[in-house]
Design a protein around this ligand. Structure first.
Ligand code: HEC
Length: 175
């Protein structure tokens, strides 16, 4: 009588370590997965919905090219070549390719460059954005020279209606 009972009692503690081990192993796996996921989401590229903000140093960069008729005319030519397909002829984001754009499978519209909000951004910020790009917008660092990129900035400034330019910070500190 006593022997089977003892055996049953002893059998439990024998099995327990195995179960505990399996459980703690599963726990470690979950912890590892969560760690990997956290690491991944931190290093993942910035996606839609996140504000696109230039580094402070880039934003403070002064525009060395005067916004005169010549540089604006040159900027317009480059804009027609490089930006119009997405941003549209007047920068409203209605270019012929605009409807086809997506990021990570989600449709995305090009920014509206004729919005008064653009004046809240410095020339340095605009220069940095078109130099760097942000998928699906390409980087123009290799496509256009530095001078050409500042000319484009000068032209883009003309897309915002004059009476809405109250927030003009073009070459000051700002964002
Ligand atoms: C392939 C399409 C495409 C082309 C070509 C393109 N863009 Fe863009 N652009 C976009 C998209 C899409 C966004 C929105 C990106 C975001 O919000 O992350 C954008 C955003 C911007 C912004 C930011 C607007 C804001 O509200 O901050 C600026 C400035 C800009 N583009 C300027 C230009 C200029 C100048 C050119 C040409 C040299 C150009 N883009 C060419 C697609 C394009």
């Amino acid at each position: 009588m006593l022997i089977p009972r003892n055996a049953a009692v002893e059998a439990k503690p024998l099995r327990k370590p195995g179960i505990n081990h399996a459980l703690s192993l599963a726990g470690s796996c979950i912890a590892l997965l969560l760690g990997l996921l956290a690491g991944f989401s931190q290093s993942a590229p910035k996606t839609e919905g996140e504000a696109w903000i230039a580094p402070a140093r880039a934003a403070r960069k002064q525009n060395p090219i005067p916004a005169d008729a010549t540089s604006i005319a040159q900027g317009k030519e480059l804009f027609v070549l490089g930006c119009l397909p997405c941003h549209g002829p007047s920068g409203k984001g209605d270019g012929p390719a605009a409807a086809t754009l997506e990021r990570n499978g989600v449709p995305i519209r090009p920014g509206n460059l004729s919005s008064a909000k653009l004046w809240e951004q410095t020339d340095g910020t605009l220069f940095w954005k078109l130099s760097e790009g942000r998928s699906p917008m390409p980087s123009f660092q290799e496509t256009f020279s530095e001078t050409q990129r500042w000319q484009i900035v000068n032209y883009v400034r003309t897309l915002v209606p004059k009476e809405e330019n109250k927030n003009h910070v073009a070459n000051s500190g700002g964002k």
